[in-house]
Each structure stands twice: as structure tokens, then as C-alpha cells.
Design a protein around this ligand. Structure first.
Ligand code: EPU
Length: 421
């Protein structure tokens, strides 16, 4: 069977403008959230990625009428049927777990396959379950492949999350929107995507306040109407292009972003010595090597995003001394390390910290183990000597709209090839 690979001949200087797409991690929550509306919904600014297509197809499995036209999705949930969803689509992406909160809120019942997603080590959903139970649901986990969640009534509750979790915060918010009375989520995640989902639900008539802080209040409502909503720009896609520009950009404008969301990365890149000019809705990034070595620790928002830990790592080979990257969210998010070693990168990882020493990278055959590892290999390949071939690129297409075309437009020597697997 043929598979696509991405090939990059490193060393080109990049110049031009990149328009950032809608946020993947907002879109993958808001598409399931449309289930909760009792009238048609239009979403604008969706990224053109395979995770969006998979979720749209899951909506269709529930007899929801959908029309995906470029970056706009029309959803008509008026004929929705609460069918079981224990299929391979659910298992193919993590965000399918938002179907749980949305279906529980709408129907007080759902049967759904267990969520999959990138292999980043253990990714439990105990906090989601804790929240659903606090709202009055019972969970049947007797099947090895699916879960049944149901409630006679959903009643608002005070829920303190043991771990700050984006997924649990959003999932509980979804179900609580249709619970009786008030729910308070304490120690909630503050990520911009949580705020975007709350804004979307409020546009349907929900009563959610405090999103973006650690205390979110949700006053349940009996009905939700339709609406039109625009997805926020993808701070991780934008951050990846900022890292690319820092590696080999003469001058790259990264447009249609919310600069405030970029601050944890912008500050770190400036510490390295990257030149960054910030406008109202753009940044202009210029490479200015050699860089200073820096230490990075991933944290929940507004700390340094775990999703940018892998894309920024190749820049540290361009620094004047050793740098340390500590991962606190997903301790096993280091599968890129072995691949960077194949490219002659002096990098090791031990107990949640990677050590990166100045290195001249050389093209090699490398494997994208997960989405952001794939982004990391693209950053590395763009400034490595010779040709880098990246396998398993479907991971990359799950999260980056037209990345090969975008980089070509900036002047990169990058192309795809079909090879026999
Ligand atoms: N956790 C638990 N129990 C839970 C939920 C989470 O122990 O019930 C732990 C996780 O194992 C992890 C930490 O809490 O160690 C944070 O997990 P979180 O729930 O915040 O992550 P998520 O919702 O599963 C989303 C993004 C990830 C991103 C993280 C952190 C989506 C679909 N995924 O995952 O995005 O890394 O938040 O910001 O929104 C990516 O885009 O590449 C990606 C993996």
C-alpha cells in the first residue's frame, strides 16, 4: 500500500506571510458541542484538518445534517438520533470524548467507544468521569471497548478538579449546561480554547461565566438555540510557524492571531534572541542566530504550552550552550528525541527532561510518532543539511492545514511523495 511522506531539503531562507487557521483544540470541542443546539448552527474559521472531518462524520452517524464548505460548517441537529458511537472513528481521535459531555447534556445518556489520540503516555479521563458522576450520572465501564454514561436527572454540583484538565473542564461544562441549577468547576483549565467553547455555548443561550479563570460557573438552561460562531486562531499552529521563522526566517509575518495567546512562547523566543515585532493581530519573526541557550518547562496556560515543547526543541540546537526542556503535562512526550538523534542532534531525555546541545543537523529518514513530534521534525528538517524524509505524516495532517503548501509559499524546498509501504 502506498503512503505519503514529506521530504525537505533544508537550508532555504523563508520569507513571506502565513495566515493562521482556526484552533484545532477549539474546533474539536465545538463541533461535538453543536449536538446540544436544538436549531441549526454555523461554525466559521475551522481548520482544514482530518480531525475536523472525522468529527463531522461522527455527527452524521447521529443523523445530524452537515455541510462542510472549506472553513465553514453548517450543522442541522434537528433530526438527531442518539445512536451508540462505539466505532473506530471515536478511537481515532482523543477529542471524540467531547461527544460524552454533549450527548449526556442533550439526552442524559450516551454509549461511546474509548477515546484514542496521540501516544503521549497515559491519558486517563478520571476527572471527566468524576465530573459526570457529581452531576448525577452513572458510568458502566464493564465493556472493554465502550462506555455507557446515563443519568435520570443531571443536577448542578460543585466540582473541584484534582488535575487542571482542558478536556475535563470542557466536558463538564458541556454536560452542566443542561443540568438543573448551578455547577461550579474549581481548579478549571484557563486555556483560550476553554473560553472559546464557553463563548460558543453562551451564543446558544447557555449561562456560563468565569471561563478563562480557575472558577467557572454554569447555570443550567432547559433549551439551547442555534447560532453562528467563529473559531479563535490556533495558537499552536501560530507558535509552530514562529519556531520555523526563528530557525530560518529572513522575515515571516504570522497573521490572524491573538498575540496575547502567544506570550508564553514570544517571551521564550525573545530570551533565545529571536527578533519579534508584535502588532494587533500579527507577529513578524526574524531569525537572528546564534541563539542563547534557554531552559523551558511546560505548564498549563498561561505557562509554556506542552504542544509547543516539541516544535521549539530544534531551535535549541542553534544555541550557544546546553538547554533543558522539562515536560510536566505528558511525561512521555519525548518520542521526537530518537528521531532528532538520527539527524545527528545531540539530545537525550531522562525522567521528563530533555538536554539539548549545540548541533549541526543532517537530513535523515524519521518518523512522526505524534502530531507535534511531526511538527518538530519539520522545523528540524528545514534547517538540516541535505534531505529529511518524514514518515507517518497523517499525524501531521490531523492538526496543520496545508502545511506543505504554506511552507512552499514561504520559500521552503519541501514536497510530498507517495512511496510503497
Ligand atoms: N489528566 C488526568 N485525568 C483526566 C484528564 C487529564 O490525569 O481526567 C491528565 C493528563 O493525563 C495530562 C494532564 O492531566 O497529564 C492534562 O491533560 P488535559 O486533560 O488538559 O489534556 P487533554 O484535554 O486530553 C488537550 C489537548 C492537547 C493538549 C492538552 C494540554 C485537545 C483535544 N487536546 O488535551 O493537545 O496537549 O490539552 O494543553 O484539546 C495536541 O494538540 O497536540 C494535543 C495533544
Amino acid at each position: 500500500m502506498a503512503q505519503e511522506v514529506i521530504k525537505i531539503r533544508g537550508g532555504q531562507t523563508l520569507k513571506g506571510r502565513v495566515d493562521i487557521n482556526g484552533a484545532k483544540n477549539s474546533a474539536v470541542a465545538i463541533i461535538p458541542a453543536t449536538i446540544m443546539a436544538e436549531a441549526p448552527v454555523t461554525l466559521e474559521g475551522l481548520p482544514k484538518i482530518s480531525d475536523v472531518e472525522t468529527l463531522v462524520s461522527l455527527l452524521e452517524d447521529l443523523n445530524i445534517k452537515t455541510e462542510l464548505n472549506g472553513t465553514t460548517l453548517s450543522v442541522d441537529p434537528t433530526q438527531i438520533q442518539n445512536a451508540p458511537l462505539p466505532n473506530n472513528k471515536v478511537e481515532s481521535l482523543r477529542a471524540s470524548y467531547y461527544m460524552m459531555g454533549a450527548l449526556l447534556g442533550r439526552f442524559k445518556k450516551c454509549v461511546i467507544g474509548l477515546p484514542g489520540g496521540c501516544p503521549l503516555g497515559p491519558r486517563p479521563i478520571d476527572q471527566h468521569i468524576k465530573g459526570f458522576k457529581a452531576l448525577g450520572a452513572t458510568i458502566d465501564e464493564s465493556s472493554l471497548t465502550s462506555m455507557k454514561i446515563e443519568a435520570d436527572r443531571l443536577v448542578g454540583a460543585n466540582i473541584y478538579l484534582d488535575i487542571v484538565s482542558v478536556g475535563a473542564t470542557i466536558n463538564i461544562m458541556l454536560a452542566a449546561t443542561r443540568a438543573e441549577g448551578q455547577t461550579i468547576i474549581e481548579n478549571a483549565a484557563k486555556e483560550p480554547e476553554v473560553v472559546d467553547v464557553a463563548n460558543f455555548l453562551n451564543s446558544l443561550g447557555a449561562k456560563i461565566s468565569g471561563a478563562g479563570t480557575s472558577t467557572i460557573k454554569i447555570l443550567g438552561v432547559p433549551h439551547l438555540h442555534g447560532s453562528r460562531h467563529s473559531i479563535i486562531p490556533d495558537r499552536i499552529e501560530a507558535g509552530t510557524y514562529m519556531c520555523i521563522a526563528a530557525a530560518c526566517g529572513e522575515e515571516v509575518m504570522i497573521d490572524n492571531i491573538i498575540p496575547k495567546h502567544m506570550e508564553p512562547l514570544t517571551v521564550k523566543l525573545k530570551e533565545l534572541g529571536v527578533k519579534i515585532e508584535t502588532g494587533d493581530d500579527y507577529v513578524i519573526v526574524k531569525s537572528s542566530q546564534p541563539y542563547q541557550s534557554v531552559d523551558i518547562k511546560t505548564l498549563v496556560y498561561p505557562g509554556f504550552a506542552t504542544d509547543l515543547q516539541q516544535p521549539i526543541t530544534p531551535l535549541l540546537f542553534l544555541a550557544n550552550g546546553p538547554s533543558f526542556v522539562t515536560e510536566t503535562i505528558y511525561l512521555e512526550r519525548f518520542k521526537h528525541v530518537k528521531e532528532l538523534q538520527k539527524m545527528n542532534g545531540l539530545i537525550t531525555a531522562d525522567r521528563g527532561t530533555a538536554t539539548i546541545k549545540p548541533s549541526q543537523l543532517t537530513g535523515a529518514e524519521v518518523y512522526a510518532s505524534d502530531l507535534r513530534a511531526g511538527a518538530c521534525l519539520i522545523v528540524a528538517g528545514l534547517f538540516a543539511n541535505d534531505v529529511t524524509t518524514i514518515y507517518n505524516v497523517t499525524h501531521i495532517y490531523r492538526g496543520y492545514t496545508d502545511i506543505v503548501k504554506t511552507l512552499k509559499n514561504l520559500g521552503a524546498d519541501i514536497w510530498t511523495e507517495q512511496i510503497e509501504a
